[in-house]
Design a protein around this ligand. Structure first.
Ligand code: NIG
Ligand code: FE
Length: 391
């Protein structure tokens, strides 16, 4: 049995809504965790007295919040594409074509190299407060390579997404239907046992709405749950497809019609916004205000990948969402924690409440506002995952 009591918390974000405050904010609070789960939450003066097995953490008036839930990353890959970033900053537009370069580098990389790199990224994101991470395949695009990426991802997270339908690989450029058969057949067979989710990049230059539906339905038939990359580079069928299939999330949502917003608002599908992409591609940021005002559930995620967003920083996503996307600090912090949990259909993370996982982070700051107010400053002081120190 191990227990931790965090006390003297200046501002506690619980994400248990009360009195119109979705963040369920408590002041002068305390939290007790036992055996990896939250056991008690309340006012510091009512805190249970610590037993001999209890570690006491004096928060000294600082802010404590749920660990970030990064519901969209592509963390298993070889190489990088810094040259493309440089070219974009000089005025060249982003194109999905660069994915082929990462596919080549990933296929050429050894398994040990990919595993070590992934472990490095995980250390990086833990240090920045992320305690739950989703990881996609999608840079292998052969049955062997996709299975290898799914296996590596499954070594470090339960949230593995099969993204064989990322782009049509170059060797299938003249045979789209042949590649779709591979994705929906042998590749899916190999990856499904390792994955929870199926995703597809539904966009000009990747997969059409009709093709994307085919892939998602094959995944669902094989026991995977759907999510969609859509509406990143222009309006398109991604949102309608995701909502129609009851997908947990449609990610990017940069270009939306009024009909798309209406569909999302009437659904359980989360709109996951990825502002690292707009930062790194100079595209316009998605309009989070429009979505939230329409009643859509919004999540924030990093989309960490070597092409469109090579950052794993959830604090940066919060800062960008507040500065560029019309979100309040409370909305952005909720979206990076509880919103990410909704996007992964999880109720055991993204909140600090009796029975949730003891995934928490302590800021070197009195309030969560400092996440946006002090952009680029490493204010995450300490992180616990399952009640144990993670960074
Ligand atoms: O989510 N949109 C598709 N896939 C990634 C980009 C991948 C890349 O450029 O390597 C994304 O932005
Ligand atoms: Fe992505």
């Amino acid at each position: 049995m191990s227990a931790t009591l965090w006390t003297n918390i200046g501002e506690l974000t619980t994400n248990v809504a009360r009195d119109g405050d979705a963040c369920g904010t408590l002041r002068d609070a305390a939290v007790l965790a036992r055996d990896g789960l939250i056991a008690w939450v309340g006012s510091a003066r009512d805190a249970p007295s610590p037993g001999s097995d209890t570690k006491v953490v004096d928060a000294a008036g600082r802010a404590l919040l749920p660990g970030f839930v990064d519901s969209h990353t592509h963390l298993v890959f070889g190489g990088d594409r810094a040259d493309e970033f440089e070219a974009r900053m000089a005025g060249r537009p982003y194109s999905a074509g660069g994915i082929h370069r990462t596919v080549a580098a990933t296929r050429a990389a050894g398994e040990g190299e990919l595993r070590e790199r992934l472990a490095g990224f995980l250390r990086e994101l833990h240090r920045q407060g992320t305690t739950t991470v989703e990881i996609k395949t999608g840079y292998g695009l052969t049955a062997d390579d996709e299975e290898r990426l799914a296996r590596l991802a499954a070594e470090v997270t339960d949230e593995v997404t099969f993204l064989g339908a990322h782009v049509i690989p170059q060797e299938y450029a003249e045979d789209r239907s042949g590649y779709l058969d591979l994705v929906c057949g042998p590749m899916l067979e190999r990856c499904a046992p390792l994955a929870k989710w199926i995703d597809v990049f539904c966009e000009d230059g990747a997969f059409t709405g009709v093709e994307a539906r085919l892939v998602l339905e094959a995944g669902v038939a094989r026991g995977l749950a759907p999510r969609v990359h859509g509406n990143q580079l222009g309006e398109g069928p991604g949102v309608a497809l995701a909502v129609g299939l009851g997908a947990a999330s449609v990610d990017h949502c940069t270009f939306l019609s009024d009909a798309d917003v209406g569909l999302l608002a009437a659904s359980d599908t989360v709109a996951t916004l990825l502002p690292g992409v707009e930062f790194s591609t100079r595209q316009p940021y998605p309009d989070a205000r429009r979505l939230i005002d329409a009643g859509v559930t919004v999540a924030l995620a990093s989309d960490c990948n070597p092409g469109s967003s090579f950052t794993s920083s959830m604090p940066l996503m919060i800062a960008l969402a507040v500065r560029e996307m019309g979100m309040t600090v409370a909305e952005a912090v909720w979206a990076a924690t509880a919103g990410g949990a909704r996007a992964l259909r999880r109720s055991d993370v993204g909140a600090i409440a009796t029975g949730t996982k003891a995934d928490v982070l302590l800021l070197d700051a009195p309030t969560r506002t400092h996440l946006a107010y002090r952009p680029g400053v490493p204010i995450v002081a300490a992180v616990w995952k399952d009640g144990e120190p993670a960074a």
